[in-house]
Write a protein that binds this ligand. Structure first.
Ligand code: ADP
Length: 191
């Protein structure tokens, strides 16, 4: 069973929701960089204060900050048996850093589940979430910027994982449970 996983997909593709379901299925934690940053911001830590400016504009937090945070999180006892990364790696250099972090323990990513969703649905989903969750970075101009950053910085990662034979594409269209079932099948959790 694959237990060191990356979830890929545009903002609003359902990575957070699917990550939690998969986490319950596999008994391993999700590591969401977005959630880690929001927690740091809520607690007003130095890291949170630094991240805040970038997140509010829809930009990526500098790699130096993000990589250190992920390295520390993956070093926790509960991540030893596996983890589901949501929101990391988010650019090609982060793919290499992740590889190095794991390689020091003789480990590697075993699969990259990529949620595929038509672009026109994404903005609508994010605006809807904005009205429910009230996230400061879910306003329309910031959403547009996050999507631009996604296409420029994050989408190239898909080809990197494909070329390594790790990419597991999943149709992200449908209900939460339909998508969850597709993920279980692609990971061979169910037949
Ligand atoms: P979404 O899934 O809607 O894109 P996230 O919760 O994953 O939102 O991330 C929110 C914000 O946190 C991003 O727009 C970015 O500013 C920051 N962030 C999250 N992960 C990373 C990362 N790996 N590298 C840099 N910045 C990140």
């Amino acid at each position: 069973m694959k237990r060191r996983l990356v979830l890929l997909g545009p903002p609003g593709s359902g990575k957070g929701t699917q990550g939690e379901l998969l986490s319950a299925d596999l008994g391993i934690p999700t590591v969401s960089t977005g959630a880690l940053f929001r927690d740091q911001m809520a607690r007003g830590t130095a890291l949170g204060v630094e991240a805040q400016t970038y997140i509010a504009q829809g930009h990526l937090v500098p790699d130096r900050v993000t990589n250190a945070m992920v390295q520390s999180r993956l070093g926790s006892a509960d991540a030893v048996q596996g983890f589901i990364l949501d929101g990391y790696p988010r650019n090609v250099p982060q793919v290499g850093v992740l590889e190095e972090i794991l390689a020091t323990q003789g480990l590697a990513i075993e699969g990259a589940v990529s949620l595929e969703l038509p672009e026109d649905l994404i903005v609508g989903r994010l605006l809807k979430r904005a009205s429910i969750e009230g996230r400061a970075d879910d306003t329309e101009p910031v959403i547009r910027e996050r999507l631009a950053v996604y296409h420029r910085e994050t989408e190239p990662i898909i080809d990197v994982y494909r070329s390594r034979g790790l990419l597991l594409p999943v149709d992200g269209l449908g209900t939460v449970s339909e998508v969850a079932d597709r993920i279980r099948r692609v990971l061979e959790i169910v037949a």
